[in-house]
Design a protein around this ligand. Sequence first.
Ligand SMILES: [Zn+2]
Ligand SMILES: [Zn+2]
Length: 418
Amino acid sequence: MLDPTIIAIPLYFSLIGLELLYVHFTKNKLYRFKDAITNINAGATQQIVAVLMSLVGISLYAVVYEWFSLKLIDTSQWYWHTFLLLFVLWDLCYYWAHRLSHEINLFWSAHVVHHQSEYYNLSVALRQSWFQGVWTAPVYLPLAIIGFDPQQVVFVAGINLIYQFWIHTETINKMGWLEWIMNTPSHHRVHHGRNPKYIDKNHAGVFIIWDRLFGTFQKEEERPVYGITTPIKSWNPIYANFAHFKVIGQQFREASSLKAKLQVLFKKPGWSAKSRAYLAVPEVDRSSYVPYDNPIPRGLSVYVTVQYVLLLGTIALFLFQQASLPGNVKWFFAAIVMLSVWTMSGLLEMKRPLYWLEYVRLPLTFGIYIYFLDGTFSQLMYGLPFMFLTVGSWYWLFRFFRAYQGLSGNKLVKPVKH
Ligand SMILES: [Zn+2]
Ligand SMILES: [Zn+2]
């Protein structure tokens, strides 16, 4: 069975399209091209990692359900009341799993990716961590003990996540009485804010009542400044997933004893072992805050956009076909996608070593198109446009590389003329 979060992919992109139309007509700067690409790439690679993980791992939930369930629920068929009960209980567990992901430094490493964007739009909803759920899976186990069927749980978890998609927008203001019960764009904007008063607030999934009940609710006063207190300043979704482990490594070096190291792992993020106190969260002002950006030539933006559309097609093909792909093709496919998001971030950051890798990536990607066209002559005719595109891309890259031969560190710049 396909995960409902994958079936909803066309819905995600339709709504992102609508939001982009809104941006176009209102001239609101809600999107940044490089940021949105990075968000979507983070989501795509997370889905791919999830597919690969299910190849090797078995779910903890299924094991507990099999061996320790009290079977208090009749799972012989779907009943509305059990569905609603599961929906509410899942959301309660989600609240705690999410809250712990914010309040324990080690757990934060598996959630921080979702908060790294300094913008707030629908593409941020797709920005999910590869390791999401690794630390917090036990929070959901009471549902297995009660006896909720794993398949129903996967379904309800999917609906819960899909609900959270539409609230990642600045285009909807406040929603009247709904603000009392439901998690809304306004409440979730607060959750993504890095202003001191907004940090670690509104952990709700679908129902905001959990925050009101457990004391983590914060109303949206002024519009937040988005992101984390130390921006990662990178368009690389692979690095984004490991960036916080680097932070933990630095914190570890400052912690001299075993006790101090454990404190680093289990206290809130921002704990300093050196000063034995939490670092102060800096105040930020939306009118003067400048999100990270690096200007790139227009031609390069066009090149990346073309490659990106192709990459999205490749990823969609993978996610919808993965069940029928042989294991080794799956791994090859996943490797190409990973390589693609890596080189793409390198292009956006104008990093020289990754331009060389882009030369290698282009023919490998072409290999994937040929795999899906089954090799008959008429099918290969369809492959011709892809061949032209690959050769054209190669040529364009060659020209670009020649024009930007100068180097500043490992970044490409135009050479200085004498
Ligand atoms: Zn969060
Ligand atoms: Zn969010």
